[in-house]
Design a protein around this ligand. Structure first.
Ligand code: NAD
Length: 361
């Protein structure tokens, strides 16, 4: 499996996005975001998304150089339309507005609808945390075929509807970033297993009869022959359902149903973000000391396996970032083949992309 220096990988991805019609700044933003997901250890939402993005660019579902438009502005409550633009761009613009409003009013509710895939949701929580703000993000996915079954169901009815809650860092702790798909695993992890020829993670999939399956290929059959399971039985399903409704009914976006499927296809995310300035509720000193005391308290629990101490959300991503920044980003052969094929479809060559990425021709 090739390991690619993160800066070179970013250059290669930016070249493909630019060849797909994006201005240089947009291409760089998209590439930084995707490689950032790989650095964080979430290959499911990293550069492996490029083939889907470029396919959607070519068929017209993803619009290059698009920006948010303000649809509703009630001060602390704002609804934005992402206009099918790159989620990496319109997501950042939506959080910029949310941060500005939360600082002004103490809290902001931002509805972002019709954004093309906004990637790793932790990115948006981290943007708010860097501004000293707490945030919660409810996300749904539409335009994509349904891939997750509701608890007690046997077929897919919605997508992997992620949830994110983030706390800003203190003097003693970096930001706490809880960010996950409400399916047992993100769909990208099934793609990664399939590309590596490995079985899907245990408990992640069911076949069309509702029986457990480890075969990632069932998710790629037409019609789809299985479904991802929700995490945490009725609890994960309940959170997924809330994300589905909060991110659609509260933003003017739509839920994932057969009648809301797009032609040409595109992956649309809707997101309801609640952004709070904790300093409008309590003093900085109190907030920081409570966060620090709680993290110290939970981390002091004796580890069941001494090699695996208690962590808090955000720790695994930081560890991965530090390792991959120095060691490079592993990209399996099939994923790199798909990425270069996407580049070729917009006029680049394999040789050019291998050269930019520092790989042998
Ligand atoms: P995951 O199962 O790897 O869980 C990640 C979360 O768990 C992180 O907050 C991490 O810090 C925390 N965590 C992991 N191990 C921990 C430990 N030992 N102790 C404490 N916390 C721990 O994530 P996932 O469900 O595979 O999701 C991966 C990514 O996919 C996320 O970034 C998510 O936003 C993204 N996603 C995006 C979409 C979309 O439509 N845009 C859809 C689904 C998922």
């Amino acid at each position: 499996m090739p390991t690619i220096d993160h800066a070179r990988l970013t250059d290669a991805i930016a070249a493909i996005v630019a060849a797909g019609g994006s201005e240089a700044a947009e291409a760089r933003t998209v590439a930084d975001n995707l490689v950032g997901a790989n650095l964080a250890g979430h290959d499911s939402h990293g550069v492996g998304m490029i083939p889907a993005y470029i396919e959607n660019r070519v068929t017209g579902g993803l619009v290059a150089n698009a920006h948010v438009s303000v649809e509703v502005d009630n001060g602390a409550v704002v609804v934005l339309d992402g206009n099918s633009g790159y989620g990496q761009v319109v997501g950042q613009e939506a959080m910029d507005i949310g941060i500005e409003r939360a600082r002004e009013f103490g809290a902001a509710v931002i509805g972002l609808r019709n954004a093309h895939h906004i990637g790793r949701i932790g990115q948006w929580g981290e943007q708010c945390a860097a501004a000293g703000l707490v945030s919660m993000h409810h996300v749904n996915v539409m335009g994509h075929k349904a891939i997750v079954a509701p608890y007690r169901g046997t077929d897919a009815r919605y997508v992997t509807n992620p949830y994110c809650a983030t706390l800003p860092g203190t003097d003693n702790n970096p930001p706490t970033v809880l960010d996950f798909a409400t399916s047992m695993v993100a769909m990208g992890k099934i793609r990664v297993a399939r590309n590596k020829g490995e079985p899907a993670p245990e408990g992640a999939l069911m076949d069309s009869k509702g029986q457990p399956s480890r075969d990632p290929n069932i998710m790629y059959e037409e019609p789809i022959a299985g479904a991802l399971q929700p995490f945490g039985a009725h609890k994960g399903y309940g959170l997924a359902l809330m994300n589905e409704i909060l991110a659609s009914a509260m933003t003017g976006g739509l839920g994932c149903r057969p009648e809301t499927k797009y032609d040409p296809p595109k992956i649309i995310n809707n997101m309801l973000s609640i952004i709070i300035d904790p300093m409008k509720l309590v003093s900085r000193q109190f907030f920081n000391s409570e966060v620090d005391a709680t993290i110290a308290h939970v981390k002091a629990s004796p580890a069941a396996d001494p090699a695996k101490p208690v962590l808090v959300p955000g720790d695994p991503e930081r560890a991965s970032r530090s390792a991959r920044t120095t060691q490079g980003v592993p990209v399996d052969d099939e994923t790199w083949r798909e990425i270069t094929a996407a580049g070729v479809s917009v006029g680049l060559t394999d040789a050019e992309l291998n050269k930019i990425a520092g790989l042998a021709a």
